[in-house]
Design a protein around this ligand. Structure first.
Ligand code: FES
Length: 164
């Protein structure tokens, strides 16, 4: 069983570090006791909604905005490292930063490859009625997560957030 003594920051790929955090000061976000292993919480600082998540690989801090169309992931569901968005059922791996299931709307993955709209297994891809909205769905790119650096200090989760 994971306990608070096992708390550690999630190690993320350097290229996925959030912009503006290289020299950003750390600030206390939440007492560690208020985030259970395997859970997630939104913490708001100014106009920034941060999602704190205790994954099997450590505690991560990312924007509480889906990498697809910005829905709040904090009201989605978490299974291991994977969070499911409440809006279009996209599933995203918080431990790697990568999508594991594209949204039902389809669109572009982080590498720019197009994925069609979702269809039940065995059926041809659903056709999106042409128009500006279909074009917007087609051109919407799912990004990899960007991570805010985390540290645990005296029972408090601290996160480096960009200033200004
Ligand atoms: S907004 Fe999250 S999958 Fe679309």
């Amino acid at each position: 069983m994971t306990t608070t003594t096992d708390a550690r920051p999630l190690a993320f790929r350097p290229e996925l570090r959030a912009a503006g955090t290289a020299r950003a000061p750390y600030r206390a976000m939440l007492p560690l006791a208020e985030l259970a292993p395997g859970s997630m919480r939104r913490v708001t600082v100014g106009d920034l909604d941060v999602l704190l998540v205790w994954t099997p690989d450590g505690i991560a801090a990312v924007d509480d905005r889906c990498p697809h169309m910005s829905a709040p992931l904090s009201i989605g569901s978490l299974e291991g490292c994977v969070v499911q968005c409440p809006l279009h059922e996209g599933r995203f791996d918080l431990c790697s930063g990568d999508p594991v299931q594209m949204p039902t709307t389809g669109g572009l993955d982080p590498d720019g490859r197009y994925h069609p709209t979702w269809s039940p297994a065995g059926l041809p891809p659903k056709t999106d009625p042409p128009g500006l909205k279909a074009e917007a769905r087609r051109l919407t790119r799912v990004r990899r997560f960007r991570y805010y650096p985390v540290r645990i200090v005296e029972g408090s989760i601290e996160v480096a957030l960009p200033t200004g």
